[in-house]
Write a protein that binds this ligand. Structure first.
Ligand code: AMP
Ligand code: MG
Length: 359
């Protein structure tokens, strides 16, 4: 089992030896390893059970420290770093030969981020190599925002978890691809794309394929249709009316077992429901509906932000999804308002609820 502690020395000792350790960042906990060593990168992919086609983000402590690892850096990159770094912003740039192809899944580009968490910066300043650090969770599952979350998924596969407390942003970084002629938004994240556009007076392209796998590889982070998924099914809805409609269809979603109706078998248990709410509690008529029709027992209600604050909601999202997946058969998740950080929250909820095959 991994040791949990707050020793920068312990963490950097493992990193220098080529082993992955979990480190806190302001977005989510990262599973960090030497970005220039293929043996270290392989250990990340193995621990996370992440497919090799999903490239990793490179973490460095300053703009200057990025320069040797990137090429043809456009002026917009410096303007974005000036305004948002350190912080939850990742830029995709042409990579230099110092970074192995394994890191970028064969792409000629790499994704770069300067994290703002003081502990992540202490680690990066104590070593002389960049860190590849995808989220420290099993591939495709809910991201970790505490050291305990990391232990839960990866405790048996990594030597050390550096504990820096709960993550302050709670959602992955916003990814902008600057490797082509126009800046492309690859992922909504901790900095709302709309505010980036407003503040820098730029327009980000949002091509339909930007969030998809195409041509056989994944063009961006965490952008598979099915990702961030809890262990149990999750259904998203927009408003209380839609919630009521979903609940009246629940018997079809969780059909009763016909054998359970025979005299010698106990009756089929009603499904336990987990309610993820953005701001308000569930409406009373909904509770009545569930009870009257025996459609399900509401076991856990997680309210992301009672004051309706998007930052607070983002911070609480993944921890709430983890508590619901542990205690319920089915999660019904209310979407956040479709603006600002709400776009990133809803992106994660939609991917968590995706039912098809990944494309
Ligand atoms: P994670 O930390 O798991 O949320 O994921 C890191 C993400 O960064 C990966 O899923 C990648 O798809 C994305 N990424 C890394 N390198 C590139 C790149 N060269 N181009 C586009 N996206 C990238
Ligand atoms: Mg991830």
């Amino acid at each position: 089992m991994a040791t949990v502690g707050n020793s920068i020395e312990q963490a950097t000792k493992w990193l220098r030896e080529g082993y992955p350790v979990a480190i806190p960042t302001e977005t989510v906990y990262g599973l960090a390893a030497n970005a220039c060593r293929e043996d270290a990168l392989i250990r990340i992919f193995e621990a996370k059970r992440r497919p090799l086609f999903d490239p990793l983000i490179v973490h460095l402590p300053t703009v200057n420290s990025i320069l040797p690892y990137a090429q043809d850096i456009p002026r917009l990159a410096f303007a974005l770093w000036e305004r948002y770094s350190p912080g939850p912003l990742t830029l995709v740039l042409p990579k230099s030969a110092l970074l192995p192809d394994l890191l970028s899944s064969g792409l000629p580009t790499a994704a770069f981020r300067i994290p703002a968490h003081p502990v992540a910066l202490q680690v990066l300043n104590a070593i002389d190599f960049p860190l590849a650090a995808p989220s420290a969770n099993l591939f495709g599952r809910v991201s970790p925002t505490t050291a305990v979350h990391v232990l839960d998924h990866l405790g048996d596969h990594i030597p050390y978890v550096l504990d820096g407390g709960p993550c302050s942003v709670g959602l992955e970084s916003t990814i902008i691809d600057l490797s082509g002629p126009e800046p492309i938004l690859r992922r909504e994240g901790g900095i709302p794309s709309q505010s980036i556009e407003d503040e820098l007076k730029i327009t980000l392209q949002r091509p339909a394929h930007a969030f998809r796998i195409h041509d056989g590889f994944v063009p961006s982070a965490g952008t598979l249709d099915n990702h961030y998924a809890p262990k149990v099914p999750l259904i998203c809805y927009h408003n209380n009316e839609e919630l009521t409609n979903i609940v009246s269809r629940l018997p079809a979603i969780h059909p009763p077992d016909p054998t359970a109706r025979t005299a010698d078998l106990p009756p089929m248990r009603e499904p336990t429901l987990g309610m993820l709410r953005f701001q308000s509690d569930i409406p009373d008529h909904f509770r009545d509906l569930c009870e009257r029709n025996k459609m399900g027992t509401i076991r856990i209600i997680e309210i992301l932000s009672p004051s309706g604050d998007l930052k607070e909601a983002a911070r609480n999202l993944f921890a709430a999804m983890r508590s619901l997946e542990e205690g319920c058969d089915l999660i019904l998740a209310e979407q956040a308002p479709e603006h600002g950080l709400g776009l990133a929250i809803n992106d994660r909820l939609r991917r968590a609820s995706f039912k098809g095959t990944t494309r």
